[in-house]
Design a protein around this ligand. Structure first.
Ligand SMILES: *Cc1c(COP(=O)(O)O)cnc(C)c1O
Length: 357
């Protein structure tokens, strides 16, 4: 079968060697003669993998011992409620930046737990930019941001200068670029875009911010349970974690997050250059806020859009359809997408320009 170029927004592309490693572990995990999914999660073989996964994350993001690294379930969407439940004190206030659908969902869920102040929103222009020049209340427990807006294709290129600790949803740009972890009290990411498969969510949280809300938290929803039990309070989603483990090893092999970021920037600038050059297409987001992960663009009219849709599919570019709230196209250039797929898409766009008349 010819190579399919996968631009899906999520779940997204994984490195081929991760897929192969996953198949092998399903058949015969660590030469045990058993599948990964039929052994005890208390076995040494599995406990070693858990420990190595955590160690890889600590190494890639330079995570100190003042932070806990945990794997939880429920997707990033459960974090929308688990974050305020664990970090927003009873009677307290949290600040949110509303930059897209996921940020809006996070805001909505936080309201169940306390006073929520939306400091700025880009909803007035269908979230096609990142608001600037807003004020963050200094009495907020934290300021929640979505570092990359998967649906609208914008990204925060500068960490906001915040008087209160930051909490960040990094679901679609985790390990795609370097971060300064000390700016954050907590970051979270559903694994299925840049880190692995759906079913596991990574949380990195500063230990000393936990247990201060004054509220009772059910055991499974209390981060402290998973910190104390090293993500093994109950059966973890072993296969999803294993695919993350393999992906983390792959990122390390490439040289870590720095080289990963350089690759990602090259891919994004290659495709944005063609979007800006090609008279049939227009980018939909403010130039200074363009995401390097999700590149959104529209065709010059509906006829052109329909024809490019079919043309791209014929040339084995899949997952390019834009989210229904934006329309047009969205090319997701996650970590595992090779530069050659971006070059292929650029060639397809150039060829389409020649043929479309
Ligand atoms: C995909 C995505 C989510 C939702 O993730 P689930 O794991 O499906 O709940 C949340 N935030 C961002 C930024 C996303 O890209």
């Amino acid at each position: 079968m010819d190579k399919v170029h996968n631009f899906s927004a999520g779940p997204g592309i994984l490195p081929q060697e991760v897929i192969e490693g996953g198949i092998e572990a399903l058949k015969n995990f660590k030469n045990m003669g058993l599948s990964l999914v039929e052994i005890s999660h208390r076995s040494k073989e599995w406990e070693d993998t858990m420990a190595e996964s955590e160690a890889l994350i600590r190494e890639l993001y330079n995570v100190g011992n003042d932070y806990a690294v945990i794997f939880v379930q429920g997707g990033a969407s459960l974090q929308f409620t688990q974050v305020p439940q664990n970090l927003l004190p009873v009677g307290g206030k949290a600040a949110y930046l509303k930059t897209g659908t996921w940020a809006s969902n996070a805001t909505k869920e936080a309201k169940h737990w306390g006073d929520v102040q939306v400091v700025a929103s880009s909803e007035d222009k269908n979230f096609n930019y990142i608001p600037k020049g807003y004020e963050i209340p200094s009495d907020a427990a934290y300021f929640h941001i979505t570092t990359n807006n998967t649906i609208f294709g914008t990204e925060l290129h500068h960490v906001p200068d915040s008087p209160v600790p930051l909490v960040a949803d990094m679901s679609s740009d985790i390990f795609s670029r370097q971060i300064e972890l000390k700016n954050y009290d907590l970051i979270y990411a559903g694994a299925q875009k840049n880190m692995g498969a759906a079913g596991v969510t990574l949380v990195i949280v500063k230990k000393d911010v936990l247990g201060k809300t004054g509220r009772q938290i059910p055991t499974m929803l209390d981060y402290r349970t998973h910190v104390e039990k090293e993500s093994m309070y109950n059966t973890p989603p072993v296969f999803a974690i294993y695919l993350s483990y393999l992906t983390l090893k792959w990122i390390k092999k490439i040289g870590g997050v720095g080289p990963m970021e350089a690759r990602n920037r090259e891919k994004a600038s290659t495709l944005y250059a063609e979007i800006d050059r090609n008279p049939l297409f227009t980018g939909t987001t403010a130039i200074e806020d363009r995401s390097i992960m999700n590149l959104c663009f529209v065709a010059k009219d509906l006829d052109c859009e329909n024809k490019f849709d079919a043309f791209a599919e014929k040339h084995l570019c899949v997952g390019l359809k834009g989210h229904r709230s934006v329309g047009g196209f969205r090319a997701s250039l996650y970590n595992a997408l090779p530069l050659e797929s971006v070059q292929h898409l650029v060639n397809v766009m150039k060829e389409f320009e020649k043929q479309y008349a």
